[in-house]
Every structure is written in C-alpha cells, then in structure tokens.
Write a protein that binds this ligand. Structure first.
Ligand code: SAH
Ligand code: SF4
Ligand code: F3S
Length: 408
C-alpha cells in the first residue's frame, strides 16, 4: 500500500483541510505515513499570510531536491494558499514538484495523484470558483474527541494587508442542516468538543439566507445531546452583533471565549486597513461582551508597523490593549503581500521602529496576561484533558472552557 505524508503550514482552516485530504486519500486506498521518510507521496498544505510562512515552505521544498533525484517515483504535491496564489513561482523555484493544486481543487487530489502515477507529467489545477464544497470530502481526524467544522469558507472583507480573500475566494456557507448532520455524526463517533471555523464566522449564512445566521446556528447546535463544548473562530469585530453575544451568553455548551482581532488602535490606521470599525466602536463591543458573558476570555490579533503608522498611532494600539484587557494576543509585524493594496503603500516603517514597537507591545500584553491568569488562582475549573504534557510525562494537559492551557 502506498503511503502519503502531509506537512501543514498556516491556520486552523489549513489544519482541517489536511484532515480532509487524508480522509480522501485513505478512502481510495492510500495509507497515512508516520513521517515523511516513509512516504511515497509528499503533500504540502501551504500558507502565504506572511512572508515568513512562505519562506519556511520553500525551505522545506528545497530540501527535497536530492531525495527526488534518487527516488524519481516520489510524488510531490503542493496545495493551500501559496499554490492558489503563486503557481508559476512554485514550478520555477522547484521544478521537482509534480502537482500544484488550489484551495478549491482538493476534492480532485486523488485523480491528480493517479494521473501522475500513470503518466509522470506534472499537473496544475487552480479553480477560482467553487464547484464541490471541500466539506463533502471524508475527514481523517487528528484528535479523537475534538473536531474542526468549517461553517463558511472564503472571505469578502479585503482588509488592505491581507492575502486571504485572494487565496480562499468569496464567502460560501454550508447549510444549517448539513452542519447539524455532520455534528450528529461526529458525536456518534465519540467527539464531545467542536470548533466552528471561518475567516469571519459572524457572517455565516449571509450568502445563503440573506442575513447572518450565526446566532441561529450556535443556538441550534447547543441543543444537540452528547455535545459538551462549542468553540468558534474567527469573529470580525464589525459583525459581532448583539444577537450573537446573546447566543454565546445563553448557550450552556458555547464556550466563554471570543477571539476578536483588533489589528490596531488608531482610527487612521484602522481606516487604511479597511477594517470598518473605530477604536471607540470596538471598545463598546468589548464592554458589551464583558457585561453579557461572565468569566469570558478575550483574545486578539495585533499588527505593528503598518505603512504610515506613527508613534501616536502606535500609542493608540497600546491604549486599546490596556483597555480591552486581552487574556492573550497573537502579535505580528506587518509583512507586505504582493497583490494586496498595502504592498504598494508608501511611508514604510523602518525595521528598527517596528522591532521596538513589537517589543513594547509584547511586554504590555504579557503583563496583562499574567494579571488575568492570577485572578484564577485558587479557583476550581473544568478542564478537558487533551493528553500528557510534551515537556513532562508526569503531567496532564488540557484546556479550560475559556481556552487556557492548564498543566496539572
Ligand atoms: N480571518 C481572520 C484571520 C486572518 S489571518 C481574521 O480576520 O481575523 C490571521 C492574522 O494574521 C490576522 O488577524 C492579522 O493580524 C495577521 N496578518 C494578516 N495579514 C498580515 C500581513 N500582511 N502582515 C502581518 N500580519 C498579517
Ligand atoms: Fe483577511 Fe480581513 Fe478576511 Fe480576516 S477578515 S481573512 S484579515 S481580509
Ligand atoms: Fe495562511 Fe491561507 Fe490560512 S494564507 S492563514 S493558510 S487561509
């Protein structure tokens, strides 16, 4: 039996897409290898959100040159967001690649592999419109008790720095019935925790039902017997409406955790980023969340060094972090992505200034994270055990409903 191995870069959506590819390939008779050295088919599921992610992938690919020479039957396939966006560059930089396939072409991966096995000719398939929802593919889950559930794919927001709308296409939601049925199936397979996925889960259903139906979906899933925890990511602040906050507050299975990427604190920067909210509006939403959902944890994504960001702009970022009191944050330095409006903006911030702002931001967030964690000392909290700690075999590790990792 031929074996495949998938290397995954990027976000949870990619992680889950890899589970679907593994499901499809095992269904048609291939087996998943423990590591890449044992596999005859190597698949890369790539990310291009920042330059660093893309560089790591090209480094990996380059290391395979000599192996492909000594093993000409080895099949190398590249999917994901770099494939969707830069097919020419991949074949140019790495002529030893056999298959390049776009984010919407995953359902055809089996056929592409079979075709290369027969004809030994490279293949490139990049669709720009969705034909088959990837969620119709079988899935081979990495975890027994937890499942990722894409509810909407694509993004319509076009934040001016972001490549995702170009690599994932326009928003397409699954029907309420389709999602409900998948969750029921997963529960009979032992799953007790799910994470609903979308670039912006808050706009779930808009393309299907004419209005956001995320609150309806949450409330519906909350009624499924056997399910213990419902998580979701990511929420765009401009679309986090009162009915959604209400649904989270009232659903006993819906976890008290909201990932609400802020990106920046200055209204000037938010405007050029095309985020469609102001600092004041964002903080109003945060206040509503803290009031409506007791014990909620709030996390975020923040970027420093956007073109034109002044010291004064950056001080607004520090101020919004101080006021929103995030439990934790993913922090990034702006990385220009070709094809996005921000890539051509002038007034680039120098590397020194970016590094200095990044440092100050992390120091502030670390202080707040520690303060918030200290509030929990002495409390009894339900933890869903995920396994044995990697660092210490004598310690178990798990997550609270608020998505904090606990070692105990
Ligand atoms: N759809 C999600 C996640 C998008 S990508 C959302 O809207 O929140 C995850 C994070 O990467 C973003 O929130 C942003 O903070 C960061 N990011 C995206 N493009 C970037 C770029 N060009 N440079 C630096 N960080 C970027
Ligand atoms: Fe990118 Fe903005 Fe869409 Fe998120 S909402 S994926 S940051 S364009
Ligand atoms: Fe990266 Fe694509 Fe996700 S660019 S962050 S893998 S949507």
């Amino acid at each position: 039996m031929k074996k495949f191995h998938i290397t995954t870069f990027g976000c949870q959506m990619n992680k889950h897409d890899s589970e679907r590819m593994a499901g499809l390939l095992t269904d048609i008779g291939y087996a998943q290898a423990e590591n890449a050295d044992d596999a005859q088919i190597l698949i890369f599921n790539t990310c291009t959100v920042r330059e660093h992610a893309e560089d790591r992938f090209f480094g990996n690919l380059n290391n395979l040159r000599s192996r492909k020479k000594s093993e000409p039957d080895l099949i190398i396939a590249v999917g994901g967001c770099v494939a969707q966006d830069e097919k020419e560059l991949i074949f140019k930089k790495a002529p030893h690649v056999d298959i390049v396939f776009g984010t919407l072409n995953m359902p055809n991966l089996g056929h592409m592999i079979e075709s290369v096995e027969r004809r030994r000719e490279s293949i490139c398939e990049i669709a720009d419109k969705i034909e088959i929802m990837p969620t119709t593919m079988p899935s081979l889950r990495e975890e027994a008790y937890h499942a990722w559930i894409p509810i909407i794919i694509g993004c319509n927001n076009f934040c001016s720095y972001c490549i995702v709308p170009y690599t994932r296409g326009r928003e397409a939601s699954r029907t309420l019935e389709d999602i409900h049925a998948e969750v029921e199936r997963l529960i009979s397979d032992g799953v007790i925790e799910i994470t609903l996925l979308g670039q912006n889960v808050n706009s779930y259903g808009r393309d299907l039902y004419g209005e956001s139906s995320f609150a309806r979906l949450l409330t519906d899933l909350n009624g499924i017997a056997g399910l213990r925890r419902i998580r979701f990511t990511t929420s765009h602040p401009k679309d986090l409406t009162d009915d959604i906050i209400d649904a989270i507050a009232h659903g006993d299975k819906i976890c008290e955790h909201i990932h609400l990427p802020v990106q920046a604190g200055s209204n000037t920067v938010l405007k050029v980023m095309n985020r469609k909210y102001t600092k004041e509006k964002y903080l109003e939403t945060v206040e509503k969340i803290y009031e409506a959902i007791p014990g909620v944890s709030l996390t975020t994504d923040i970027m420093v060094g956007y073109p034109g960001e002044t010291e004064e702009d950056f001080l607004h970022t520090l101020d919004i972090v101080e006021k929103a009191r995030y439990d934790s944050a993913f922090t990034f330095i702006f990385s220009p992505r070709e094809g996005t409006p921000a890539a051509n903006m002038e007034n680039r911030v120098t590397a020194d200034v970016k590094a200095d702002r990044f440092d100050r931001l992390i120091k502030l967030q670390n202080r707040i994270s520690l303060e918030k964690n200290k509030e929990l000392v002495g409390r009894d909290i339900e933890v869903f055990i995920e396994g044995v700690s990697k660092k210490n075999r004598g310690v178990l590790t798990g997550r609270t409903r608020t998505n904090k990792i606990v070692n105990f």
